[in-house]
Design a protein around this ligand. Structure first.
Ligand SMILES: NC(=O)c1ccc[n+]([C@@H]2O[C@H](COP(=O)([O-])OP(=O)(O)OC[C@H]3O[C@@H](n4cnc5c(N)ncnc54)[C@H](O)[C@@H]3O)[C@@H](O)[C@H]2O)c1
Length: 324
């Protein structure tokens, strides 16, 4: 059985990816400090180690003791507005901790490394679709930390031979269609999560941050991708590296944009609840439009999304939230 260490495997996305890796035949090990993740998210066949990814000795020991050569790195701090207020927290957790992780990986001969990058590495997003060649110009410290790790990986890979893939996720949402897993973090700021909470009367209203953007209805436009399709992209990326594929970077999105107002309308329609929506000021660090050009991952990794539907994303997120 091929083994893989998943950092952040107790978090929202990492836990879904763990299930997909397990179903694809991998033996899964999770390293997580439970800062935002939860033990309940960890899939039962996984071996869990509680600890920080920035501890190179711990990482080296896990990797050598279990002879693990594959790492998927999800652990990070992820809230854009918080990164604007407290950039050093983001540099410490997303960059410095990754230095420790990579040190441990190099000392134990890791051959394949997947990195959770983000569309936030791109600039203002004026293009209709953003390709991997688009300019890297992060609008917030969160995006800067992810762009820094991409650079670090390229340089570490060149020096060591470790091959790596950075997946630049667009807006990840939804939940396991069987409601075994989903977004559990009570402090989540993700639009679909907070709208589900409002529909279920767990919060009084939803705010739209900025209604004067140069988009069709004035609210920001994002490319929402189902967490199941995103998870499958990781399985394919790891297989690609295992077969000797070279290091690379891929967008993971559908190439379809929906505005914040459209998403809220969809949630109201699916839930049948007309929850309160308030217009609020723009948040600093939010680009107007982020929509992926996703031909490259489809062509090179053979990725074929199965859940490309806003209604499906919203329905699965709401079903999960109902039984939380
Ligand atoms: N959610 C999105 O829409 C989105 C979009 C683009 C990229 N990403 C990236 O995906 C990854 C996972 O995001 P998520 O939404 O699942 O977030 P999450 O907060 O649910 O998961 C992060 C996990 O990492 C753990 N963690 C954080 N710092 C750690 C550290 N130093 N050592 C060990 N564990 C640590 C947390 O406890 C948590 O379990 C992140 O790298 C994020 O930047 C997410």
């Amino acid at each position: 059985m091929i083994k893989v260490l998943v950092t952040g495997g107790a978090g929202y996305i990492g836990s879904h990816v763990c299930r997909h890796l397990h179903d694809a035949g991998y033996e899964v090990f999770v390293l997580d400090n439970l800062s935002t993740g939860s033990k309940e998210n960890i899939i039962s066949p996984a071996t869990f180690i509680e600890g920080s990814v920035g501890n190179p000795e711990l990482v080296r020991q896990i990797l050598t003791d279990h002879e693990i050569k594959n790492v998927a790195h999800f652990a990070a701090s992820i809230v854009v507005p918080e990164s604007v207020e407290n950039p050093l927290k983001y540099y410490e957790n997303n960059v410095c901790q990754t230095v420790g992780l990579l040190d441990g990986c190099l000392k134990s001969g890791v051959t394949s490394f997947l990195f959770s990058s983000t569309a936030a590495v791109y600039g203002t997003g004026n293009q209709s679709e953003i390709s991997e060649q688009s300019e890297i110009a992060p609008m917030n410290p969160y995006g800067s930390t992810k762009a820094t790790v991409e650079t670090m990986l390229r340089e570490v890979g060149a020096a060591s031979g470790m091959r790596h893939i950075s997946l630049r996720y667009f807006n990840v949402a939804g939940a396991d269609p069987q409601s075994r897993q989903g977004q559990r973090n009570k402090k989540s700021t993700h639009l679909i999560k907070v709208s589900c909470e409002a529909a279920l009367k767990r919060r009084p209203f939803v705010e739209i941050f900025g209604t004067d953007y140069s988009t069709e209805d004035g609210s920001c436009v994002r490319d929402f991708i189902h967490v199941e399709d995103l998870s499958q992209a990781h399985v394919q990326a790891l297989r690609y590296l295992s077969k000797g594929g070279p290091s690379d970077i891929f967008n993971v999105g559908y190439g379809e944009g929906y505005s914040v107002k459209q998403v809220i309308a969809e949630l109201k329609s699916v839930s049948g609840v007309d929850f309160e929506v308030r217009n609020a000021k723009r948040r600093s660090g939010d680009p107007a439009r982020l929509v992926a050009k996703s031909d490259k991952i489809r062509e090179k990794l053979g990725w074929e999304p199965k859940y490309q539907s806003l209604r499906k994303i919203v329905t699965d997120a709401l079903n999960w939230e109902r039984q939380l």
